[in-house]
Write a protein that binds this ligand. Structure first.
Ligand SMILES: NC(=O)c1ccc[n+]([C@@H]2O[C@H](COP(=O)([O-])OP(=O)(O)OC[C@H]3O[C@@H](n4cnc5c(N)ncnc54)[C@H](OP(=O)(O)O)[C@@H]3O)[C@@H](O)[C@H]2O)c1
Length: 255
């Protein structure tokens, strides 16, 4: 059941001292979606802290990029006590969990790092660490979790299974939450080359466009790919809206 919270006004910062803090903490801020979420939050006048892992090989570049976007950059290590202390100090009103790895990344990491670069350790493990830190340090914060289309209990697909597990734990955590389930997130502006994802989006979007011409616009709104900027607008709009403790599917994110 969704729970109503007072809305934040789009385009306005909430008053300091109001039940809703203005600060947003973005984990995964260096990703395709994360970078756009940071930009969108700043466009809406929301104080934004962009998290970058301290051992990132591109730390200086990300710091410059995210600072230019108007965010403060935080480099807390992915450690439970350290993340809790950071959130305790910041007291964010919004926490975005936009992290994830891919099979290709895990392969590139090689056997030595494979355990640190899996759906279990990143998509589930780091997101769970962030949730635990939020529960401990900022339990009134709204937790926005970027999940995926097709998530269901009992799936044997490891990517879907870790998301189903996390969604279930988030529901029971006691923090106000939003679970976003977009389809493919892609566009020509994605820096990392993902040919299989691009091909899938061309095929799926083509079929859906045909279905749309024949009246199946609902299918198109639900299953067609979206780029990070569209998704970011949808995520921030939902995050500032009045309805909480719910799942937002792709059509709700498109606006
Ligand atoms: N792509 C899709 O079609 C799609 C569809 C639905 C849902 N999703 C999910 O949505 C989320 C965001 O997707 P995206 O495409 O925007 O992701 P992305 O561009 O691949 O970015 C992933 C983010 O996760 C961080 N990350 C990855 N491995 C990490 C590690 N070992 N330690 C710390 N941070 C790590 C990255 O940080 P670094 O830059 O430091 O590596 C980056 O900030 C992911 O969970 C993804 O699975 C994706």
């Amino acid at each position: 059941m969704s729970k109503n919270l007072p809305p934040l006004e789009l385009g306005q910062s909430a008053q300091r001292g109001s039940p809703l803090e203005t600060t947003a903490f973005v984990a995964g801020a260096t990703g395709y979606t994360g970078r756009e979420v940071v930009r969108e939050l700043r466009r809406q006048g929301i104080e934004t802290v962009a998290h970058v892992r301290p051992d990132s090989s591109r730390l200086d570049e990300w710091r410059a990029d995210l600072t230019r976007a108007g965010a403060a950059v935080d480099t807390t290590p992915w450690d439970a006590a350290a993340m809790t202390a950071t959130l305790r100090g910041l007291q964010p009103g919004l926490v975005f969990a936009l992290l994830g790895t891919t099979r290709a990344r895990a392969r590139r990491a090689g056997r030595d790092l494979a355990q640190r670069e899996s759906y279990e350790s990143v998509d589930y493990g780091l997101t769970r660490l962030l949730l635990d830190a939020t529960v401990a340090a900022a339990p009134a914060a709204r937790f926005i979790y970027l999940s995926s289309l097709g998530v269901r209990e009992g799936s044997r697909n490891p990517y879907i299974a870790v998301r189903a597990r996390f969604e279930s734990e988030l529901r029971q955590s006691g923090v106000p939450y939003l679970i976003a389930r977009p389809g493919l997130i892609t566009g020509p502006d994605r820096e990392e080359s993902r040919p299989a994802e691009r091909l899938a989006s061309v095929v799926v979007d083509g079929v859906l466009a045909l279905a749309g011409m024949m009246g199946g616009t609902g299918l198109q709104r639900r299953y067609a790919s979206m780029n990070a900027a569209t998704l970011a607008r949808g995520l921030v709009r939902a995050a500032l809206g009045p309805e909480w403790n719910r799942v937002v599917e792709a059509e709700g994110l498109r606006g």
